[in-house]
Design a protein around this ligand. Sequence first.
Ligand SMILES: [Zn+2]
Length: 263
Amino acid sequence: MDAVLIILVIVFGLLIGSFLNVVIYRVPRKESIVLPASHCPRCDHELAARDNIPVVSYLIQRGQCRYCGEPISIQYPVVEAATALLGLIAYLTYGLPLEFALAVFFLLVLLTVSVIDIHHKIIPNVIVIPAIVIAAVSLLGLPLANLATPALVGASGWLNPAIGFLIGGGLLFLLAVLWPNGMGGGDIKLAALMGLFLGPYVIIALFLGFFFGSVGGVAAMGVLGKGRKDQIPFGPYLAAGAVLTLYAGLPVAQWYLRISGFA
Ligand SMILES: [Zn+2]
């Protein structure tokens, strides 16, 4: 029963995470995500099934290619473990109905575009536009209730997703017009997608995203010696704000209203 389902969610999460690694590596390079089979980027040796076991292969081979000893990025097992963890949290929150599937879809799109954004400073249209279409069709067409945490409105009817879409996309569009070098088109589309799922609560996600982004930006300038001119990927911060809002949006809002004296 529950324990079996939890194990299944984790195993499927790891496998999907393994696929996301392929997407993360190949989509920005405009390569097929189906062919050819995975191979080592250095020695080009095709990876056997036993080299492709999520997390486990990395640990057994101590982070190296079995054929040439090339270090393998820690990003691979991290993405696999993160995917399983996001799936598990979604399962524990929603159980296994449609809401679970949609929440997982949202979380994994956020994870994928974040890692791509860190590497390439882009949020690919081929991911975010289909995600918006899938989210819009699902949110409007499926009998969903209670998509986000109970207090979040997410998917109750078409109005909240529509409002969120307009707020998220609209606000970042406005910022992009005001500061053309700061925000990219990908960020605008990502915020619109977040609005579909979070409804008006997308404002909290954006607020958190900007907060994390300014902390991260200051840290990058201080620790990494990056200048103000260096482009800082904003997608991961928006995504972090969205995940936090999905699970803790209402407490965060109440806390903010309390410390700011509004409630
Ligand atoms: Zn190799």
